[in-house]
Design a protein around this ligand. Structure first.
Ligand code: AMP
Ligand code: MG
Length: 499
């Protein structure tokens, strides 16, 4: 049966990364697992990838998504990379538990990596076991798919399986494997690995590879590598602005977790905040708050600078000139971030023109939210129901603030600003609902479905949450409880990377 399935070529691999040569990876097969069982398959994503899951027998699906069966055309490998982890440079990291099966060409002609995360030991596993536990796999599935539905560039989740084997963390947990899909898994850390070795040939190969794959337009300009830096800078400025606009905290923004493609990658101790707090940290290992919510924009600049350093020899043969050119690009970042952030925040407030006072208006709301411990998502979604004239609807928003009068004061300014736009309430409110989600993967909801799966083997709550989060901007009657902030006893204070 398995052989028949593979003959149908359910997944057509087309591998380009292997062509870079063996310095870039180690060929390694997934370690077979005992009793693979499908937890979730993403049929919609599979269709977009041109993968026909329906033609495959259920048992065969579990074999494929656990790595027990390698389909023809796949060339499994673990990528090598280095990286700054919490500011400390680690000369060699690499895929310690992720194995790239190969690439497929999706329906929009984009090349997409198909990778099994938790697929067993690789030459880069260091002290790790090469495995993943069910909880973190479900977390990544839920949050990455939610990010996609929110319209934020991200790796995707094609499937999750349990392995039938235990993994040993602080306690014994069920093992699982996630199938991750990315536009590309090359990281800033991949460049750092070759820069450390002063391997200019490999750096050029790698840069040309990411240009071909993600930034083909830069080939048209006289200095494509400088332009590459600018494009990567631009994508990451936009990405982090989008994170900030939904209250997302990545948690481990190490340079090895920064994808050159501009996708959000490596969902570990990430979290969405409930009450607004610029200094918010969830990750149990982020003791100094390096990756706190409000630090994310400058940390991206720090990471971009590390990336820029790696390609200096490609930017210009004269080192001083290369530094000057790269610096010019990196120095544009704060302004670029600010532009993306402010234009997004204007849309969140229903403003469609630009006025010089807008930044202060936005900042004043955020400050008021911070002082009054207002829920970030509920506040912005609540604003979508307010009219130009004060109505009863104001009560539900002001109720989110410890001091309702503080909100009232801000709302007076906001309404004055709205008045200068001359759009109807209905039109503005409809637009606002498209950028202010009702549903985000709140920590307590994620925690609850993981508990049900791990403790009781019940996956129904996981499925339901995934479904709700697939339409974050729609009001979903009957599902209001998924939009609520946690009750005090439900608040999750810390998240863990689970490795
Ligand atoms: P992360 O914090 O997930 O970005 O991982 C940092 C590094 O540790 C990467 O090189 C991972 O491949 C590696 N790693 C994380 N968990 C494991 C594990 N269970 N086994 C082997 N390597 C791991
Ligand atoms: Mg990582």
């Amino acid at each position: 049966m398995l052989i028949e399935t593979s003959k149908k070529n359910a997944i057509c691999f087309d591998n380009s990364f292997v062509l870079l040569g063996s310095r870039f990876y180690a060929s390694v097969k997934p370690t077979p697992v005992e009793r693979p069982c499908i937890v979730k398959l993403n049929y919609g994503l599979a269709r977009d990838l041109g993968i026909d899951l329906e033609v495959i027998e259920p048992e065969a699906l579990a074999e494929i998504f656990s790595g027990n069966q390698i389909l023809p055309g796949a060339e499994p490998l673990a990528m090598v990379y280095a990286g700054h982890q919490f500011g400390q440079f680690v000369p060699q990291l690499g895929d310690g538990r992720a194995i790239l099966l190969g690439e497929v060409i999706d329906n929009s002609s984009f090349r997409r990596d198909i990778q099994l995360k938790g697929a067993g030991l690789t030459p880069f596993s260091r002290q790790g076991d090469g495995r993943a536990a069910l909880g973190p796999v479900l977390r990544e599935y839920i949050i990455s798919e939610a990010m996609h539905a929110l319209g934020i560039p991200t790796t995707r989740s094609l499937g999750a399986v349990t392995t039938g084997e235990p993994v040993y963390r602080e306690k014994v947990l069920p093992g699982a494997i996630l199938t991750r899909v990315a536009l590309g898994h090359v990281r800033a850390g991949t460049f750092q690995y070759f820069a450390l070795q002063r391997d200019e040939k490999a750096l050029t190969q790698l840069a040309d590879y990411v240009i071909d794959r993600h930034y083909p337009v830069v080939k048209k300009v006289p200095n494509p590598y400088l332009k590459l830096l600018e494009e990567v800078m631009d994508r990451h400025a936009r990405l982090v602005a989008q994170w900030m606009q939904v209250g997302f905290i990545h948690g481990v923004m190490n340079t090895d977790n920064m994808a050159i493609s501009g996708e959000t990658i490596d969902y570990g101790p990430c979290a969405f905040m409930d009450t607004f707090d610029q200094t918010k940290v969830f990750s149990s290992i982020d003791h100094m708050g390096r990756y706190a919510y409000g630090n994310q924009p400058p940390i991206v600049q720090w990471n971009l600078t590390r990336f820029a350093e790696t390609i200096l020899p490609l930017i210009d043969k004269i080192p001083d000139r290369a530094v000057d050119l790269a610096k010019e690009v990196i120095e544009v970042y704060p302004e670029r971030f600010q532009d993306y952030w402010l234009s997004g925040m204007r849309r969140k407030l229903g403003l469609f023109t630009s006025e010089s006072e807008d930044e202060a208006l936005v900042q004043s709301l955020l400050d008021t939210m911070q002082e009054n411990e207002a829920d970030f998502t509920l506040t912005f979604r609540g604003l979508c129901s307010l009219n130009r004239a004060r109505t009863q609807a104001d009560d539900s928003v002001r109720g989110l603030f410890a001091d309702g009068a503080a909100f009232d004061q801000w709302a007076v300014r906001w309404r004055q600003r709205l008045a200068s736009e001359g759009r109807s309430d209905l039109e503005r409110q409809t637009d606002m609902r498209c950028v202010n989600p009702a549903f985000i993967p709140r920590n307590h909801l994620v925690e609850r479905v993981i508990r049900a799966a791990e403790d009781d083997g019940n996956l129904a709550p996981f499925d339901e949450l995934v479904n709700v989060l697939a339409a974050p901007y729609e009001d979903q009657p009957g599902r209001e409880r998924f939009a609520s902030s946690p009750r005090p006893e439900e608040v999750v204070k810390q998240t863990f990377c689970g490795t």
